[in-house]
Design a protein around this ligand. Sequence first.
Ligand SMILES: [Zn+2]
Length: 60
Amino acid sequence: MSCPICAGIVSDKYKPFCSKRCAEEDLGKWLKGSYRIPVNDLEDIEENEKNPKEVRTFIN
Ligand SMILES: [Zn+2]
């Protein structure tokens, strides 16, 4: 078994992570992920709409 963040060797103290740093990173991802679930689709749409605009601006 390896750390899901960095694929390092898992520490018993920070299972299933290798270190406090990776555990906190995963927690941060999880919190961001759950926080973003309701907004995620909208953000994807906004990004898809922004990109063509940016391209157009760049071309003009
Ligand atoms: Zn790790």
